[in-house]
Structures are given as C-alpha cells and as structure tokens.
Design a protein around this ligand. Sequence first.
Ligand SMILES: Nc1ncnc2c1ncn2[C@@H]1O[C@H](COP(=O)(O)OP(=O)(O)OP(=O)(O)O)[C@@H](O)[C@H]1O
Ligand SMILES: [Mg+2]
Length: 583
Amino acid sequence: MSENTGVIVKVSGPLVVAKGIKSPKMFEVVQVSELKLMGEIIEILGDEVSIQVYEDTAMVGPGEVVYATGETMTVDLAPGLITSIYDGVQRPLTELEKQSDSYFIKRGIAVPALDYSKKWDFVPVKKVGDVVVAGDCIGTVQETTLINHKVMLPPESKGGVIKSIEKGSFTITDIIAVLDSGEEVKMLQKWSIRKARPTNSKRIPLEPLVTGGRSIDTFFPLVKGGAGCIPGPFGSGKTVTQQGLAKYCDAQVIVYVGCGERGNEMTDVLVEFPHLKDPNTGEPLMKRTILIANTSNMPVAAREASIYTGITLAEYYRDMGYSVALMADSTSRWAEAMREMSGRLEEMPGEEGYPAYLGSRTAQFYERAGSVNCLGNDGRLGALTVIGAVSPPGGDLSEPVSQNTLRVTKAYWGLDSSLSYKRHFPAINWLTSYSLYIDNIEKHWEENVSPEYITVRSLALELLQEESKLEDIVKLVGPESLSAREKLVLLTAKSLREDFLFQDAFDPEDAYTPPKMQFNMLKTIVTLYTVGVEKIKEEDFDFKKIENLEILEEVAKVKDLPKDSFEKYEDLRNRLTAAINAL
Ligand SMILES: Nc1ncnc2c1ncn2[C@@H]1O[C@H](COP(=O)(O)OP(=O)(O)OP(=O)(O)O)[C@@H](O)[C@H]1O
Ligand SMILES: [Mg+2]
C-alpha cells in the first residue's frame, strides 16, 4: 500500500473531500478510511481533492485517512468477461455477495474483476518475425462456445517485430509474446472507462440490427453501429423492450447495463438470463452476454460509473471485430446520479438542476457507438450499437435528459402511456417515433428482404397516419361522414395495429419475427387496401361487403403462418385479392 495518504475534511453522501494527498491525479483511485472504500478523484482544487465514493459512506467522517493508489480508474479487459455479472465498477456480483453475509453488500471488498489464476488456451495467429502494430490480433482464446476472443496488442503498444510467441495455456497476466522492442504482451489490458477506445476510422453503418420486433425492424429500424433511444413514462415497457433486444437482436455480444432501476427489475434479468437460449444457436444467451447491475439501492456514484464501465467493455469486443449491442436502462437514473454528484460538488447547476455538462456527457456516451474499422492492420470491422432507455418524469419529453438524448440518437422509439393503458404492446407510438437510418439500410433490406420493402413500409405508415386524422374527424362528425376509401383506410390501419404492430413479448412464438416474415405479414395486410381501393371505385359499391369478408379472419391471424414458408402468405394474398375482386 502506498504511503501517500490524505485526511478527510468533509463527507457529503457519496462525495468525500480530503486534503494532503501528494500530487493527486484526476480519476486516480483512492481508498477511503480504514474501511478501504473504493473512490475516484473527480476534482482537484489546490490541496483539496473531491472523491466520488463507489460505496456507502455511512459512519465515515472527517479526520479519517484516505490512501492514494497512484492508479487511475480502469477496467480489466481479457478473456472471462463474457458471462460475468458486475456491479458499476466491475466487481463481480456473485463474489461480492459471497463475501457479504446479508443482502446488502459489505463495504470495502476488493475483488478482482477477472479470474487471474484461470488458464486459457492461447492459439497464436501471428508468428515470430511478423510485424505487428497496436490493435493487431496476435492470437485467440475460445472464451465461450459463442465467442472467440481475439487477443490484441493494446492501443498504447508501440508495435514492432514479434520475437517470441507460443501456443499454450496461460493466465491473463502471463507473457504470451515479446516484441523486438522488449515489449511484453499479456492477454490483460487495462483501460480508463471515461476514455473511448481508439479505432482506425468510423464507417457509414449500412446493416440493420435485426431485433425481431416488427414495429422496430419494419418501421423504425436501427443499424449495427447506430444509436437509439426508448423514452417512456413509468410502466410503459422500456425494460421489456430492452430485455427483448438483449434476447433477440442479432448482435454477437450483448452488454446489458441495469442502471439505477428497481432491484426487482434487475433480479428478473439476473434470474432469467442465465436460463435463456439464443434462438439462433440454441446456446445459453449468457455465452454472449455481460450484465452490469447497479440497482437503485446501490451507491449512486457507482451508478454514474456503470454506464462507462459497460461501454468500455462493449468497445473492447467491438475492437475484436464483433457486432456488439449495449442496452442501458435507464440513462435517466445515470443523469440523476450525475446531478447528485454535481450538486454535492457545488457546481453551477444548469436546467432542472442537472449539471451544465449533461448535454456533452450524453453526446460523448452515444458517440461511442459506431460502425468502425478496428484499430490495427488486420482489416477487422466492428460495430457498437447503443440503445438507451429514458424515463422522463410524467412522460414529459421537454425535460433535459430526453432533449439531450434526442439530439444524439437517430432511432427514436417513443413509448406512450395511452397505448400501454390499452395494453397495446409494444407501446411504441407509430405517429411520433422515427428512424433516420432508413436510407442506410434501404439497399440491404431490398436485397435481403424484398425490393418492395420501402414502398410497402411507406404505404403502411401513411395509412396509420391517415387513420389518426380520420379518427379526429369521426370524433367530431361521426363515422357516417367518411367516404368508402376512408373507411377502407380505417379497416386496414386497424389490422396494421392489431395484427402487425401488436406483439406480445411474453409469447415465445410472437416475440421474434424474422424480417422476411415481417415483410410478408405487412404486405398481406396492405393488400386489403391496394386491392380494395380499386374495387370501391365501382359505382354504388357497398363497403360493408369488404368488412364482412370471411377471409379477413385469416388476415387477422397472419402472424400464425409459418416463419419461413412464404408461399403461404402469397397464397393468402392471392385469395384475398380474388375475394375482393369477386364482390
Ligand atoms: N412488448 C410487451 N408485450 C407484453 N407486455 C408488455 C410489453 N411491454 C410491456 N409490457 C407490460 O408492461 C409492463 C411494464 O413494462 P416495463 O416494466 O418494461 O415498463 P418500464 O417502462 O420499464 O417501467 P418503469 O418506468 O417502471 O421502469 C410489463 O410488466 C408488461 O406487463
Ligand atoms: Mg423499467
């Protein structure tokens, strides 16, 4: 333990002010009091430092000691991260619980993030004499059945010629390669959580992140490397949506950050996730997942850190060339933690008491998303998609966290309490939600799903928008005033809502719809309009005849058709067309 110590002069909740530490550094890790509570220096003013403490500071007071460590706050990056469940500062939760006798986590427990004694089978992909640069993969380790871990030269490496490298069984701190410069390479990298990991360059994201959610994939898609947000009032389905993404989206690695939400919501995740199977591979989902849990009963400062811990781990797997998705639930609790710390630092408050840097911190966080050319000369491509839930009080989006988030995310899934009251799930409001990624994925969707994707999607959205206008008219003057075409719009839009947009997250069959099936479902429903609109042009056509068509019952059950035999949808469309034309 270093001899560099200071003395506490003030304790204010998670904020401790100390003086006497010699040459303190910003973001230096310190241990507070004889309890050795973990903290981080977040402000230096002359002789005094402000320390954000990641554990409960009850019973800690002025006069007590603070130990400086000389090290900045970093996370451990090496094989063993996948399947882990961490707190906000990368302490394994199971270890914390083991060492605490009660439900509440004991203070001052120092547990390593990774198992330093476990040996991993390292297989070199480079050989002696090869020239390598920072970011290059020098070998691999099979981390889980789903994840082949790329052991990379760390970003700060000077690179050089490999002098020695060997296949074998190593711990994460063993030397696995030596460069001609004398640089010794280990599997373990350390990285400061508040600094984005470098890449060669960003790329324009062109591939959709397929989620199996019909409202999302078809209407408001996200791309691999994109940033999306889910704002929604209390109980509108943010957590269910985020968990659905974590289960079903086609990213290769998932980092799920439970940030400041109620303990029971996180317990659901912690209990449920280890039993879930990946629908694509049949393997347990945990084999591609890292969970970070910082629930509302855990220290507020660690909540502030949890978002950064999560995104740093996510970036590390992106660097390996994986498509990674990070879900943060809820970024509002993160912003509140920031507000609390800022208040205690007595900083000048901005809007609604949030610090003036709320906007820049939010932007910095979402900017860490991206589709990238990974660091190094291997030509790896990686992607990091970020999806943040936002919980505006009372659902009022004019508040600062929502506003700052909207500015930097390009897919917006606005959850609506009027829909969740009606039990329309997901409660994604199709009138207010949007995606600015349509142009990015258009080509991919046309080649891989259908050339008609854009036309059918646009028509469906127009029908839904027209429905909302017509509903206002109906409220004012009654349904009699509507033309046959308008009645057809309402009939089709109702089917779009009930038979396409409504999707039960708790029904294993319904919860995931592959893109091609989504398209076929949508096209089938829209056929009602495209064929019907010609038919009703006939003189004295009685609209009731369309409403009473028996085949509409089959259209209403379109989601029960098989997920992959699209001739069944084609057949239904043909019969629907024939039935309308025969009227
Ligand atoms: N897609 C869905 N399918 C079926 N039910 C859903 C769906 N989404 C939400 N629900 C229902 O709504 C309830 C509340 O959802 P959820 O817990 O996700 O809301 P939340 O927005 O995270 O709330 P909070 O603000 O309290 O965190 C769920 O328990 C579930 O019953
Ligand atoms: Mg929730």
